[in-house]
Design a protein around this ligand. Structure first.
Ligand SMILES: C[S@@+](CC[C@H](N)C(=O)[O-])C[C@H]1O[C@@H](n2cnc3c(N)ncnc32)[C@H](O)[C@@H]1O
Length: 254
């Protein structure tokens, strides 16, 4: 059966790519890539393939390129930034290809929120603070179900991660506070995580909008609202506690 590869190539640093993704890009006959978010050194890995920038194409045009070439048994790669499953619009293409008898293989990648956490040198869950991460977006043209309103999600006091939303930062702030977060809650914005021009801006729900306006960041950023950012009050993990026994180690307290 003919096949299309949906490949994640990571957040920007060309070394944050999987070996599988690299090999597929090197061997591909055709690559449709997601515009400006794919770093040029990764596109340069493509030695003989024809490259199409998806930024200027609509769904039907992308589908046609994938379908037509897969049908000819070419090695076809749909290259996504980060991980294809995160706001990547792959399901519609996989389903349409399947209807025409073409199978798909998905290769995961390092998504932007994980590169952002790395840039912040932090942990997204901390004992005593939160054990939950909520990944979401603020509402704009793409509607978000009412039950997932930011004010509802904020009630959990989990780590809130926003894609595609830095231009809607004031909505994030208003709704996070409406949901019960204090104005002093830490917020971090990571612009172009892992790229050479990466920028980190830290603040609180009270002052982050002004800071981001001053930095003129309007896109390609992850917003994290959470008390895990620069926390001084977390608890140490149980896993490495000398009093704690588990399947691989006995307690070191006599
Ligand atoms: C259409 S989504 C694609 C996300 C991608 N599939 C992923 O897993 O990272 C694009 C959004 O991802 C986020 N993004 C992508 N790359 C980023 C990076 N290097 N640093 C910060 N945010 C990034 C931004 O919020 C941007 O608006």
């Amino acid at each position: 059966m003919s096949n299309v590869f949906f490949v994640g190539c990571g957040p920007g640093d060309p070394e944050l790519i999987t070996v599988k993704a690299k090999k597929l890009i090197q061997k591909a006959d055709v690559i449709v890539y997601s515009g400006s978010l794919i770093p040029p050194p990764i596109l340069k890995l493509c030695k003989k393939g024809k490259l199409y920038d998806a930024a200027g194409l609509v769904r039907e045009e992308i589908f046609e390129i994938l379908y037509k070439n897969a049908k000819k048994d070419k090695l076809v790669v749909r290259l996504h930034d980060g991980d294809p499953s995160i706001y990547g619009a792959i399901k519609e293409q996989i389903d349409n290809l399947q209807e025409k008898g073409i199978s798909s293989t998905v290769i995961p990648g390092v998504t932007a929120f994980l590169a952002s956490a790395a840039a912040l040198e932090t942990q997204l869950t901390l004992p005593g603070i939160t054990q939950t991460i909520i990944v979401t977006r603020a509402e704009s043209r793409t509607k978000v179900p009412k039950r997932e309103k930011i004010s509802e999600l904020a009630k959990h006091k989990a780590t809130l991660i926003f894609y595609l939303s830095v231009h809607l930062l004031s909505d994030i702030v208003t709704e996070s506070i409406a949901g019960g977060y204090k104005k002093s809650t830490p917020v971090a914005v990571v612009y172009r995580a892992s790229w050479k021009d990466q920028k980190i801006v830290k603040g609180t729900l009270g002052d982050i909008v002004k800071k981001i306006r001053n930095e003129k960041i309007t896109k390609t950023a992850i917003v994290i609202v959470s008390n895990v950012i620069d926390s001084k009050t977390y608890e140490y993990s149980k896993l490495y506690d000398k009093k704690f026994s588990h399947g691989y180690r006995k307690s070191k307290i006599k």
